[in-house]
Write a protein of this length. Structure first.
Length: 497
């Protein structure tokens, strides 16, 4: 039997992702949902009610608390790697060929899905990766004849409970399919639709979803935000346009296959979901992007001859080997750094750790590693919410020697000082609120806008604020500009907004 490279794609992906999941420290939402579960005294009914009110009704988030409390790290990493492999396998089931599909599809998934947006953190993974696998399988089941009506209806119901964004994508795609077929569907298909609709209704009955939606503010829309949220969908749009111009016959043949058509509809639905969130975060288009990449792979397999496909497979295998080996080595480095910071927090009487951190990850690793854990406002917020002994924060090493007397005053009513190339201001109230607009009980990070005076004139300066304890035992606030065009060395004054 002739050996083929794609034969080992699935086990290799399992091993590579297992190592990434295992080496990524528990952080942000992992800590939060575990704390929720513990505060509910591990009472599942109380915990479910709490999560539905405070967060949302997603089954994935409900699972996360017991998942973190009861399962060992190695077991969680193994299950997440299995879910990731299942996402690839079920995505491949949507495609017509089997020989080159796994490798090409994973190449598309690895590069164009936003893994860099925390997708190796358990809770975030649970919200997206297994849900995508379930969506792919649901579409395969819906479009292909056969199968047990009751069994697949139950599956559809639980799939709908996973994520409201995924529900909007599937409702849109299956809705268009139903309209095109003039509502002439089989009993099994109608049963799946009804079960999915019921699951969606149960999920959307969660108070937390609507409270957070009402409290959210639309971010500023930019072409970069659209491109970063929807790279696969945009590429699919370009590919379909080119096919319409140069290969209209191929395009008509592709759309005659319901699986390809529904994948395109789902990609369009995902674009609408991302637009509804203002393209505010990288994961906003995840579910539609998965289907878009399936459709792009379908186009590649349909247009290019086998020799070119074989060459693409070889190049993809080499590229993936470089990306994952780099990402695994770097994540191991950041894991060691994380453990050292935890030890420093334990040793610090105040919780302030003076350490220089470099969050910039080499591009060769596609920003997979969690390199900015202790510079992340959400991480600092959560670790301080779940404990009340110290005010935990990590600030640059130079601030260990900070005193107002040795700093350079910066003109303006912000009463700012420059020390060691950093901006310090006196302690001030922090006003950050949660997703429902409620103030936090313990808050040591915030965001605020200042007016920066520069030689070119006054500029708005958005900034990340961290409260830290200096050597004199007093609290001060470190002000870090979030606009890369503003240089601290250029400031001639700083005023309150």
């Amino acid at each position: 039997m002739k050996f083929r490279l794609p034969d080992i794609t699935y086990p290799l992906i399992f091993v590579a992702t297992f190592l990434m999941f295992f080496l990524t420290p528990d952080q942000v939402d992992n800590l939060l949902f575990a704390d929720y579960f513990e505060k509910c005294h591990r009472n599942l009914a109380e915990y479910i009610s709490f999560v539905r009110y405070e967060e949302n009704g997603r089954l994935t988030n409900i699972i996360c608390g017991p998942w973190m409390v009861y399962l060992a790290k190695w077991l969680r990493a193994g299950l997440l790697a299995l879910f990731t492999t299942a996402m690839l396998r079920t995505g491949a089931m949507l495609l017509p060929r089997r020989d080159a599909v796994p490798l090409l599809l994973w190449g598309a998934f690895a590069v164009l899905l936003p893994w860099r947006a925390g997708l190796f953190i358990d809770d975030i993974t649970l919200n997206y990766v297994p849900v995508s696998a379930m969506l792919f399988l649901l579409v395969v089941t819906f479009l292909r004849p056969g199968g047990h009506i009751i069994g697949w209806s139950i599956f559809a119901f639980f799939t709908a409970l996973m994520h409201e964004g995924a529900d909007m994508v599937i409702v849109f795609a299956i809705g268009i399919y139903t309209l095109i077929h003039r509502f002439r569907l089989s009993r099994r298909q109608w049963a799946i639709i009804c079960a999915y609709a019921l699951g969606t209704a149960v999920l959307l009955s969660s108070y937390g979803i609507w409270a957070k939606f009402g409290a959210s503010t639309a971010p500023t829309l930019s072409p970069k935000a659209v491109i970063m949220a929807l790279p696969g969908s945009l590429l699919l749009g370009v590919a379909l346009l080119l096919a319409l111009i140069f290969r209209p016959g191929h395009l008509r043949a592709l759309f005659k296959d319901s699986t390809f058509a529904v994948s395109c509809f789902a990609a369009l639905g995902g674009a609408f979901v991302a637009a509804a969130t203002g393209f505010g975060y990288l994961r906003s288009g995840w579910f539609g992007e998965g289907f878009a990449l399936v459709a792009i792979t379908w186009v590649v397999l349909a247009i290019f001859p086998r020799k070119i496909i074989a060459a693409l497979c070889t190049l993809t295998a080499i590229a993936l080997a470089i990306v994952y080996s780099s990402a695994i080595c770097l994540q191991n480095h950041y894991r060691k750094e994380h453990l050292e910071i935890l030890a420093a927090i334990d040793a610090s009487p105040t919780g302030t750790v003076f350490r220089d951190l470099d969050p910039h990850c080499p591009k060769i690793a596609l920003n997979y590693p969690a390199s900015d854990t202790w510079l992340d406002a959400t991480q600092l917020l959560i670790v301080n919410l779940i404990q009340s002994e110290k005010a935990i924060v990590v600030v640059p090493t130079v601030l260990a020697g900070f005193t107002p007397a040795q700093s350079e005053p910066l003109p303006g009513d912000a009463e700012a000082m420059i020390f060691g190339g950093e901006i310090i201001i006196p302690d001030r109230p922090f006003l950050l609120t949660d997703g429902q607009g409620k103030p936090y009980e313990r808050l040591f990070v915030d965001f605020a806008d200042f007016v920066a005076d520069t030689p070119e004139g006054a500029k708005k300066m958005p900034a990340f604020l961290r409260r830290f304890t200096a050597g004199d035992g007093r609290a001060y606030v470190l002000v870090t500009p979030t606009d890369a065009t503003i240089k601290i060395s250029d400031l001639t004054g700083l005023r309150l907004q």
